[in-house]
Design a protein around this ligand. Sequence first.
Ligand SMILES: Cc1ncc(COP(=O)(O)O)c(C=O)c1O
Length: 365
Amino acid sequence: MRKVELDAPNLGEHEKQYLNKCIDLSFVSTVGPFVPEFEEKFAKYIGVRKAISVQSGTAALHIALYELGIGKGDEVIVPALTFIATINPILYVEAKPVIVDVDLETWNIDPEEIKKAVTKNTKAIIPVHLYGNPCNMDAIMKIAEEYNLYVIEDATESLGATYKGKQTGTFGDFGCFSFNGNKLITTGGGGMVVTGDEKRAEHIKFLVNQARDDSKGYYHPEMGFNYRMTNIEAALGLAQLKRIDEFLNKKRKFRQIYQEVLIDLPYVKFQKECNGTEGSWWLTCIKIEKDVNIDSLMEKLKEKGIQTRRIFVPACEMPYLKKYSTECPNAYKIYQKGICLPSSTLNTADSVKGAGLIIKELLNG
Ligand SMILES: Cc1ncc(COP(=O)(O)O)c(C=O)c1O
């Protein structure tokens, strides 16, 4: 039986052609024509002035915090339900993460919890558009304006998702994207920072190249980083970007299929969308509000070739983050009852429907 894949990448002839060009031209490192081309085409797709390619989504978040001068004594508000890479960069710059609870229905950071967490030391908010579901950006930007806070959007899971017609990642000071192997489009591993601020963009481009002043050879007027994307990665990114609509359509279709198949199980809840949003549904996830052991359900699904994964363990559970957390009951409920369903664009509508029917049968049984 063919596997129903969770998040495997979709690569083919098109990607091979781009990669072959890198080899034919001997442009494999960070110097190569595909890097600026990928940045330009990505910026155009997102609808922002500037996009700076980096080594990962984690590097994108780190460099955004660094560029804003966030550091010791500063607080950054983040959701409890996210991949750990949202939070670690705050510690890299020696600032303090303030971990708050999420909304039980959207699974995203709760604007009311942000408000409660603001202190005189708060400098920024990092909203995460979890699994491709856009956050309530009107509410978040209003709080940011009221308290004069920076906003760095963690859009690593939401490429292609829109809020009131605008792409996620374009609302805050910076938007951060990931092209890890399991994301909507992949470069093998890589990331992008986007911004409307050309000056900051230029400075980030300089910082990620070891802060090297090219006009003076090996002269570095400040501390920098080696966070550059390679030509090979950018080549893959360009090939994948050409297919982004095909991938998005599939992801959205798969979620619709799961919703149709599971509609008569009232205890199965999908992430709720805010008004005016269109999710990218990088992963379609459900919360099963009945007594069910998620691990044994996953095991049974695995035996039938259906790949799933658990929801992120709430950040408040990590030993080194406990001191930064408030109570996060909603994040726990979602973690305990949630599961990510096969969402890879390698799947077909039929295989996803088949997986949905098996899930339904197991939950009914
Ligand atoms: C919410 C979130 N933030 C940050 C990252 C970090 O991205 P990367 O793995 O490219 O460093 C990821 C993805 O892996 C993620 O899912």
